[in-house]
Design a protein around this ligand. Structure first.
Ligand code: ATP
Ligand code: MG
Length: 312
Protein backbone atom coordinates (compact mmCIF):
# COMPACT_ATOMS: atom_id res chain seq x y z
CA UNK A 1 0.00 0.00 0.00
CA UNK A 2 1.19 3.46 -0.89
CA UNK A 3 2.30 5.71 1.97
CA UNK A 4 0.75 9.18 1.92
CA UNK A 5 2.41 10.38 5.13
CA UNK A 6 5.64 9.15 6.74
CA UNK A 7 6.60 10.34 10.20
CA UNK A 8 9.84 9.24 11.84
CA UNK A 9 11.08 10.02 15.34
CA UNK A 10 9.29 13.32 15.59
CA UNK A 11 10.17 15.38 18.66
CA UNK A 12 8.53 18.69 19.50
CA UNK A 13 8.87 20.86 22.60
CA UNK A 14 6.88 23.92 23.60
CA UNK A 15 9.52 25.62 25.76
CA UNK A 16 10.55 22.89 28.18
CA UNK A 17 7.37 20.92 27.68
CA UNK A 18 7.75 17.78 25.57
CA UNK A 19 4.63 17.70 23.37
CA UNK A 20 5.65 15.01 20.86
CA UNK A 21 7.89 12.30 22.18
CA UNK A 22 9.60 10.41 19.37
CA UNK A 23 6.49 9.89 17.29
CA UNK A 24 6.69 7.53 14.31
CA UNK A 25 3.85 6.37 12.11
CA UNK A 26 2.75 6.10 8.49
CA UNK A 27 -0.56 6.84 6.84
CA UNK A 28 -1.60 4.74 3.86
CA UNK A 29 -3.55 5.77 0.82
CA UNK A 30 -7.35 5.62 1.21
CA UNK A 31 -7.44 4.67 4.85
CA UNK A 32 -9.35 6.45 7.60
CA UNK A 33 -6.82 6.74 10.38
CA UNK A 34 -8.10 7.70 13.82
CA UNK A 35 -5.83 9.58 16.20
CA UNK A 36 -7.43 8.93 19.55
CA UNK A 37 -6.22 10.51 22.76
CA UNK A 38 -7.34 12.54 25.76
CA UNK A 39 -7.07 16.34 25.95
CA UNK A 40 -3.50 17.49 25.66
CA UNK A 41 -2.14 14.20 24.30
CA UNK A 42 -0.67 15.93 21.24
CA UNK A 43 -3.19 15.30 18.47
CA UNK A 44 -3.38 18.87 17.19
CA UNK A 45 0.37 19.32 17.56
CA UNK A 46 0.87 16.20 15.41
CA UNK A 47 -1.38 17.57 12.66
CA UNK A 48 0.19 21.01 12.75
CA UNK A 49 3.70 19.63 12.47
CA UNK A 50 2.71 17.38 9.55
CA UNK A 51 1.31 20.47 7.82
CA UNK A 52 4.51 22.33 8.67
CA UNK A 53 2.47 25.00 10.48
CA UNK A 54 4.69 24.31 13.48
CA UNK A 55 8.42 23.79 13.63
CA UNK A 56 9.70 20.66 15.29
CA UNK A 57 12.97 19.88 17.05
CA UNK A 58 13.95 16.72 15.22
CA UNK A 59 12.61 13.89 13.12
CA UNK A 60 11.31 13.53 9.58
CA UNK A 61 7.91 14.24 8.09
CA UNK A 62 7.03 13.47 4.50
CA UNK A 63 3.71 14.06 2.79
CA UNK A 64 3.19 12.52 -0.66
CA UNK A 65 6.86 11.54 -0.51
CA UNK A 66 8.17 15.05 0.10
CA UNK A 67 8.91 17.35 3.00
CA UNK A 68 6.40 20.21 3.08
CA UNK A 69 7.80 23.73 3.06
CA UNK A 70 5.99 27.06 2.96
CA UNK A 71 6.24 27.02 -0.84
CA UNK A 72 4.96 23.46 -1.42
CA UNK A 73 1.85 24.73 -3.23
CA UNK A 74 1.33 21.54 -5.24
CA UNK A 75 1.21 19.39 -2.15
CA UNK A 76 -0.88 21.89 -0.21
CA UNK A 77 -3.53 21.96 -2.93
CA UNK A 78 -4.02 18.21 -2.43
CA UNK A 79 -4.62 18.66 1.29
CA UNK A 80 -7.79 19.70 3.12
CA UNK A 81 -7.69 20.73 6.76
CA UNK A 82 -10.61 21.14 9.12
CA UNK A 83 -9.19 22.85 12.18
CA UNK A 84 -10.39 22.20 15.69
CA UNK A 85 -11.54 25.81 16.11
CA UNK A 86 -14.10 26.90 13.53
CA UNK A 87 -12.46 29.39 11.17
CA UNK A 88 -14.93 31.07 8.81
CA UNK A 89 -15.70 34.67 7.88
CA UNK A 90 -18.66 36.22 9.74
CA UNK A 91 -19.12 38.74 6.89
CA UNK A 92 -19.66 36.05 4.25
CA UNK A 93 -22.65 33.75 3.85
CA UNK A 94 -22.35 29.97 3.58
CA UNK A 95 -21.84 29.95 -0.18
CA UNK A 96 -19.33 32.80 -0.20
CA UNK A 97 -17.33 31.30 2.67
CA UNK A 98 -16.88 28.06 0.77
CA UNK A 99 -16.20 30.05 -2.41
CA UNK A 100 -13.38 31.90 -0.64
CA UNK A 101 -11.59 28.77 0.57
CA UNK A 102 -12.19 26.78 -2.60
CA UNK A 103 -11.00 29.77 -4.63
CA UNK A 104 -7.56 29.49 -3.05
CA UNK A 105 -7.07 26.34 -5.14
CA UNK A 106 -9.68 26.26 -7.90
CA UNK A 107 -9.43 29.23 -10.25
CA UNK A 108 -11.93 28.07 -12.91
CA UNK A 109 -15.22 29.73 -11.91
CA UNK A 110 -17.57 27.17 -13.46
CA UNK A 111 -15.74 24.24 -11.92
CA UNK A 112 -15.57 26.06 -8.58
CA UNK A 113 -19.33 26.61 -8.54
CA UNK A 114 -19.84 22.88 -9.16
CA UNK A 115 -17.46 22.00 -6.33
CA UNK A 116 -19.12 24.47 -3.92
CA UNK A 117 -22.58 23.06 -4.60
CA UNK A 118 -21.25 19.52 -4.15
CA UNK A 119 -19.68 20.48 -0.81
CA UNK A 120 -22.93 22.10 0.34
CA UNK A 121 -24.79 18.94 -0.63
CA UNK A 122 -22.27 16.69 1.14
CA UNK A 123 -22.57 18.47 4.49
CA UNK A 124 -26.32 19.03 4.12
CA UNK A 125 -26.38 22.83 4.14
CA UNK A 126 -28.56 23.34 1.06
CA UNK A 127 -31.33 25.14 2.95
CA UNK A 128 -28.77 27.42 4.57
CA UNK A 129 -26.80 28.52 1.49
CA UNK A 130 -27.58 32.20 2.07
CA UNK A 131 -27.22 32.13 5.86
CA UNK A 132 -24.41 33.94 7.67
CA UNK A 133 -22.30 32.08 10.28
CA UNK A 134 -23.98 33.93 13.18
CA UNK A 135 -27.34 32.54 12.05
CA UNK A 136 -26.13 28.93 12.20
CA UNK A 137 -26.28 26.56 15.18
CA UNK A 138 -23.02 25.08 16.48
CA UNK A 139 -23.54 21.88 14.50
CA UNK A 140 -24.33 23.69 11.24
CA UNK A 141 -21.31 25.94 11.75
CA UNK A 142 -19.08 22.87 12.08
CA UNK A 143 -20.58 21.53 8.86
CA UNK A 144 -19.74 24.82 7.14
CA UNK A 145 -16.20 24.58 8.52
CA UNK A 146 -15.92 21.12 6.94
CA UNK A 147 -17.36 22.27 3.61
CA UNK A 148 -14.75 25.06 3.49
CA UNK A 149 -11.96 22.54 4.07
CA UNK A 150 -13.01 19.92 1.51
CA UNK A 151 -14.69 21.80 -1.37
CA UNK A 152 -11.52 21.80 -3.51
CA UNK A 153 -11.59 17.95 -3.46
CA UNK A 154 -8.35 17.25 -1.62
CA UNK A 155 -7.07 13.69 -1.62
CA UNK A 156 -5.69 13.97 1.93
CA UNK A 157 -8.00 15.36 4.60
CA UNK A 158 -7.26 16.21 8.23
CA UNK A 159 -10.21 16.61 10.57
CA UNK A 160 -9.33 17.79 14.05
CA UNK A 161 -12.19 16.94 16.44
CA UNK A 162 -14.91 18.00 14.01
CA UNK A 163 -17.78 16.81 16.18
CA UNK A 164 -17.03 18.49 19.51
CA UNK A 165 -20.22 19.99 20.95
CA UNK A 166 -22.46 19.19 18.00
CA UNK A 167 -25.97 17.78 18.19
CA UNK A 168 -26.46 14.09 17.27
CA UNK A 169 -28.00 14.91 13.90
CA UNK A 170 -25.02 17.01 12.84
CA UNK A 171 -22.67 14.39 14.22
CA UNK A 172 -24.25 11.68 12.07
CA UNK A 173 -24.22 13.98 9.08
CA UNK A 174 -20.52 14.73 9.62
CA UNK A 175 -19.52 11.07 10.06
CA UNK A 176 -21.54 10.09 6.99
CA UNK A 177 -19.90 12.89 4.97
CA UNK A 178 -16.44 11.69 5.98
CA UNK A 179 -17.32 8.16 4.91
CA UNK A 180 -18.44 9.47 1.52
CA UNK A 181 -15.22 11.48 1.06
CA UNK A 182 -13.27 8.33 1.80
CA UNK A 183 -15.37 6.27 -0.61
CA UNK A 184 -14.64 8.89 -3.27
CA UNK A 185 -10.93 8.21 -2.73
CA UNK A 186 -9.67 10.54 0.02
CA UNK A 187 -7.27 9.49 2.75
CA UNK A 188 -8.55 10.72 6.10
CA UNK A 189 -6.81 11.54 9.37
CA UNK A 190 -9.39 11.99 12.08
CA UNK A 191 -8.64 13.11 15.62
CA UNK A 192 -11.08 12.73 18.46
CA UNK A 193 -11.42 11.73 22.06
CA UNK A 194 -14.75 10.05 21.35
CA UNK A 195 -13.89 6.39 21.11
CA UNK A 196 -17.30 5.48 19.61
CA UNK A 197 -16.46 7.61 16.60
CA UNK A 198 -13.17 5.94 15.81
CA UNK A 199 -14.82 2.57 16.35
CA UNK A 200 -17.50 3.42 13.80
CA UNK A 201 -15.36 5.22 11.28
CA UNK A 202 -11.71 4.24 11.27
CA UNK A 203 -9.89 1.33 9.63
CA UNK A 204 -6.89 1.88 11.84
CA UNK A 205 -6.49 3.60 15.17
CA UNK A 206 -3.50 5.18 16.88
CA UNK A 207 -3.97 5.78 20.59
CA UNK A 208 -1.88 8.67 21.90
CA UNK A 209 -1.08 9.78 25.40
CA UNK A 210 1.42 12.43 26.51
CA UNK A 211 2.81 12.90 23.01
CA UNK A 212 3.50 9.21 22.57
CA UNK A 213 1.84 6.39 20.65
CA UNK A 214 0.74 3.89 23.24
CA UNK A 215 -0.96 1.50 20.86
CA UNK A 216 -1.89 1.06 17.24
CA UNK A 217 -4.05 -1.30 15.18
CA UNK A 218 -7.58 -2.07 14.07
CA UNK A 219 -10.22 -1.85 16.77
CA UNK A 220 -10.31 -5.65 16.93
CA UNK A 221 -6.53 -5.82 17.38
CA UNK A 222 -6.59 -3.15 20.06
CA UNK A 223 -9.36 -4.83 22.00
CA UNK A 224 -7.34 -8.04 22.13
CA UNK A 225 -4.89 -6.16 24.36
CA UNK A 226 -7.35 -6.25 27.23
CA UNK A 227 -8.08 -9.61 28.74
CA UNK A 228 -11.71 -8.73 29.18
CA UNK A 229 -14.01 -10.43 26.68
CA UNK A 230 -17.29 -9.35 28.13
CA UNK A 231 -18.63 -7.12 30.89
CA UNK A 232 -22.01 -7.83 32.44
CA UNK A 233 -23.74 -5.02 34.31
CA UNK A 234 -26.57 -5.72 36.76
CA UNK A 235 -28.75 -3.16 38.50
CA UNK A 236 -29.94 -4.67 41.75
CA UNK A 237 -30.10 -3.83 45.44
CA UNK A 238 -30.10 -7.51 46.41
CA UNK A 239 -26.56 -8.64 45.61
CA UNK A 240 -25.11 -10.26 48.74
CA UNK A 241 -21.64 -11.42 49.80
CA UNK A 242 -22.48 -15.01 48.93
CA UNK A 243 -23.27 -14.05 45.33
CA UNK A 244 -20.07 -12.00 45.05
CA UNK A 245 -17.97 -14.86 46.48
CA UNK A 246 -19.61 -17.31 44.11
CA UNK A 247 -18.91 -15.12 41.07
CA UNK A 248 -15.31 -14.52 42.14
CA UNK A 249 -14.78 -18.27 42.38
CA UNK A 250 -15.64 -18.84 38.71
CA UNK A 251 -12.69 -19.46 36.37
CA UNK A 252 -14.17 -17.31 33.63
CA UNK A 253 -14.61 -14.29 35.93
CA UNK A 254 -11.85 -11.73 35.92
CA UNK A 255 -13.23 -9.17 38.34
CA UNK A 256 -16.37 -8.42 40.40
CA UNK A 257 -17.33 -4.97 41.58
CA UNK A 258 -20.51 -3.98 43.44
CA UNK A 259 -21.36 -0.43 44.45
CA UNK A 260 -24.36 1.93 44.29
CA UNK A 261 -26.63 -1.01 43.49
CA UNK A 262 -24.64 -1.78 40.36
CA UNK A 263 -22.77 -5.00 39.88
CA UNK A 264 -20.01 -5.24 37.26
CA UNK A 265 -18.69 -8.65 36.34
CA UNK A 266 -15.87 -8.86 33.81
CA UNK A 267 -15.25 -12.17 32.10
CA UNK A 268 -12.09 -13.41 30.41
CA UNK A 269 -13.93 -15.65 27.98
CA UNK A 270 -17.27 -15.93 26.25
CA UNK A 271 -19.11 -18.72 27.98
CA UNK A 272 -22.83 -17.98 27.95
CA UNK A 273 -22.04 -15.55 30.75
CA UNK A 274 -25.24 -13.53 30.73
CA UNK A 275 -27.54 -16.55 30.58
CA UNK A 276 -25.63 -18.32 33.35
CA UNK A 277 -25.79 -15.27 35.57
CA UNK A 278 -29.55 -14.87 35.08
CA UNK A 279 -29.97 -18.58 35.85
CA UNK A 280 -27.95 -18.17 39.07
CA UNK A 281 -29.98 -15.14 40.20
CA UNK A 282 -33.18 -17.07 39.57
CA UNK A 283 -31.96 -19.99 41.65
CA UNK A 284 -30.85 -17.69 44.50
CA UNK A 285 -34.04 -15.59 44.22
CA UNK A 286 -32.06 -12.40 43.64
CA UNK A 287 -34.14 -9.78 41.84
CA UNK A 288 -32.67 -7.21 39.49
CA UNK A 289 -34.09 -4.25 37.54
CA UNK A 290 -31.72 -4.40 34.59
CA UNK A 291 -29.04 -6.69 33.26
CA UNK A 292 -26.98 -6.29 30.12
CA UNK A 293 -23.73 -7.33 28.55
CA UNK A 294 -21.09 -5.08 27.01
CA UNK A 295 -18.11 -5.86 24.82
CA UNK A 296 -14.83 -4.15 25.70
CA UNK A 297 -14.39 -0.63 24.35
CA UNK A 298 -11.34 1.38 23.35
CA UNK A 299 -11.72 3.10 26.70
CA UNK A 300 -11.00 -0.25 28.33
CA UNK A 301 -7.89 -0.53 26.15
CA UNK A 302 -6.78 2.94 27.19
CA UNK A 303 -7.52 2.19 30.84
CA UNK A 304 -5.57 -1.04 30.60
CA UNK A 305 -2.53 0.69 29.06
CA UNK A 306 -2.44 3.87 31.15
CA UNK A 307 -4.47 3.18 34.28
CA UNK A 308 -6.70 6.18 33.55
CA UNK A 309 -9.89 6.92 31.64
CA UNK A 310 -9.71 8.28 28.12
CA UNK A 311 -12.01 11.17 28.98
CA UNK A 312 -10.62 12.39 32.28
N1 ATP B 1 1.42 26.89 21.77
C1 ATP B 1 1.62 26.15 22.85
N2 ATP B 1 2.44 26.52 23.85
C2 ATP B 1 2.65 25.75 24.93
N3 ATP B 1 2.08 24.54 25.12
C3 ATP B 1 1.24 24.12 24.19
C4 ATP B 1 0.96 24.88 23.00
N4 ATP B 1 0.09 24.18 22.23
C5 ATP B 1 -0.16 23.04 22.91
N5 ATP B 1 0.53 22.99 24.08
C6 ATP B 1 0.54 21.87 25.04
O1 ATP B 1 0.94 20.69 24.38
C7 ATP B 1 0.15 19.57 24.76
C8 ATP B 1 -0.48 18.95 23.54
O2 ATP B 1 -1.42 19.85 23.02
P1 ATP B 1 -2.33 19.52 21.77
O3 ATP B 1 -3.17 20.72 21.51
O4 ATP B 1 -1.50 19.00 20.67
O5 ATP B 1 -3.22 18.32 22.37
P2 ATP B 1 -4.55 17.67 21.80
O6 ATP B 1 -4.37 16.20 21.89
O7 ATP B 1 -4.87 18.25 20.48
O8 ATP B 1 -5.62 18.11 22.89
P3 ATP B 1 -7.19 18.48 22.72
O9 ATP B 1 -7.93 17.17 22.72
O10 ATP B 1 -7.48 19.27 23.95
O11 ATP B 1 -7.37 19.26 21.47
C9 ATP B 1 -0.84 20.11 25.78
O12 ATP B 1 -0.36 19.82 27.06
C10 ATP B 1 -0.88 21.59 25.53
O13 ATP B 1 -1.15 22.30 26.72
MG1 MG C 1 -6.46 19.31 19.76
Amino acid sequence: MKKVIEIKNLIKHYGNFLALDNLSFDVYEREILGLLGPNGSGKTTTINTILSLLNYDSGKVKVFGEEITSSSYDIKSKIGVIFQDVAVFDELNVYDNIDYFCGLYIKDKKLRKKYILEAIELVGLKEFTNFYPKQLSGGLLRRLNIACGIAHKPSLIFLDEPTVAVDPQSRNNILEGIRKLNQMGATIIYTTHYMEEVEQLCNRIIIMDKGRIISEGSKEELKKIVDVHEKVVVESSEINQKAIKYLESLDSVECVNYSNNELYVTYNKDDNNLANLIEYFKKEKINFTRIYSELPTLNDVFLHLTGKELRD
